[in-house]
Write a protein that binds this ligand. Structure first.
Ligand SMILES: NC(=O)C1=CN([C@@H]2O[C@H](COP(=O)(O)OP(=O)(O)OC[C@H]3O[C@@H](n4cnc5c(N)ncnc54)[C@H](OP(=O)(O)O)[C@@H]3O)[C@@H](O)[C@H]2O)C=CC1
Ligand SMILES: O=C(CO)COP(=O)(O)O
Length: 335
């Protein structure tokens, strides 16, 4: 007899690799879990072969069920995780909001920011479903390593104690270090801004700068986003944890990171459209890099290294512009 209980029922919205991975983790932990898929072919592959078409090497838990009906996925779920790209998040949240019940907790796993509103994903969820508790999931969690059973981390953040405890319980697995935070804004903002540092670091590597430069790029770009976070009200300590420096180190160094691949290719002089066309998914860091300047302007800050990264992303400056802006930043401080 299947011991899965309705009390632990969970839903995941989003059929990319993150959605499938989180759904697998919860199903493997014995929770009844339903994965909502936009694509009927993906739903069929999950149900029939217990594989995600984009990751055929990784077997999904046999108890995981996929559906193309959002109402079916959400029915009776106490926890709903949303792993849809930020550009499609508001549309998904709108549909979720129309079906959600107040007792359901909604968590975003998306490390992105909406343009041009600059809303974080939990704000999008809260606006769509004001009666539900909302939260986010950060940490060092590249899906390929989670699926391979390698040590990874999840930071679950929500002002609702009940909601974050529910999410932490549902995601518990022997290879996952799970931490919880009541400071949703800090964890979510840091999880977005960190990609700016990862992309900057990878631009330097792609452009042929050395590891002295790599350390410098990381230190300076991190200092800039830390000052931005502080100005916006985020706890600077969050930058020191797995959602901050941990995720920066991961996405600046892992060959599996999309944001690293984007930065490396920018550094090699490729254009953004060409790079994105060659990647399996659109890196969330593009939106993060573009968001820093308006966020900084709103806070009255000037962040020259982040501004140079944005110029390099848009092809306005060459990758080596990073060197000049870094040297100038330090000379300026010397006075
Ligand atoms: N992959 C990873 O290792 C990790 C990912 N994340 C976060 O999870 C989120 C989802 O990422 P992931 O699952 O990897 O993959 P995807 O980028 O493929 O996003 C997954 C979902 O978003 C939908 N989507 C709709 N419109 C778009 C669009 N314009 N561009 C891209 N996707 C769109 C996809 O639908 P369709 O299939 O129809 O395109 C799919 O359901 C990201 O925001 C990322 O920050 C966080 C940690 C690790
Ligand atoms: O944030 C992530 C892992 O923690 C995902 O990284 P990429 O989107 O760069 O692959």
């Amino acid at each position: 007899m299947d011991s899965r209980t309705a009390a632990e029922r969970c839903a995941v919205v989003g059929d990319g690799s993150m959605g499938a991975t989180l759904a697998h983790v919860m199903a493997a932990g014995g929770r009844e879990c339903v994965l909502w898929c936009a694509s009927p072919a993906t739903a069929e592959a999950v149900n029939r072969d217990h594989r995600h078409p984009a990751r055929p090497a990784h077997a999904l838990d046999g108890g995981l069920r996929a559906t193309t009906s959002l109402a079916d996925a959400l029915d009776g779920a106490s926890l709903v995780l949303v792993a849809v790209h930020s550009t499609a998040f508001a549309a998904a949240a709108g549909e979720i909001g129309a079906l959600a019940r107040p007792e359901q907790a909604l968590f975003s796993a998306t490390k992105g920011i909406e343009h041009p509103s600059l809303r974080l994903m939990s704000h999008v969820l809260r606006d769509a479903a004001p009666e539900c508790a909302v939260g986010t999931i950060g940490g060092t969690n590249i899906t390929g390593e989670i699926m391979a059973g390698q040590l990874s981390s999840l930071v679950v953040a929500s002002p609702s104690t009940e909601a974050r405890e529910r999410a932490a319980r549902a995601l518990a697995a022997p290879h996952l270090a799970i931490s919880a935070s009541a400071d949703l804004f800090s964890v979510e903002l840091v999880s977005v801004l960190k990609n700016t540092v990862s992309i900057a670091a990878a631009i330097g590597l792609g452009a042929g700068m050395g590891y002295n430069a790599l350390g410098l790029v990381v230190a300076r770009t991190l200092a800039e986003i830390r000052s931005l976070g502080a100005a916006l009200g985020a706890d600077p300590g969050t930058f020191d944890g797995p959602a901050g420096i941990g995720d920066i180190f991961l996405t600046a160094s892992s060959p599996q990171s999309l944001n690293r691949r984007l930065g490396m290719e920018l550094g090699q002089g490729r254009g953004l459209d060409e790079i994105v066309a060659g990647l399996p998914e659109v890196p969330e860091g593009i939106g993060a890099v573009r968001a820093v300047e308006p966020l900084a302007a709103g806070a009255g800050l000037s962040l020259p290294v982040c501004a140079a990264v944005a110029d390099i992303l848009e092809g306005v400056q060459p990758p080596r512009a990073l060197e000049r802006v870094l040297i100038e930043a330090y000379w300026k401080e010397l006075g």
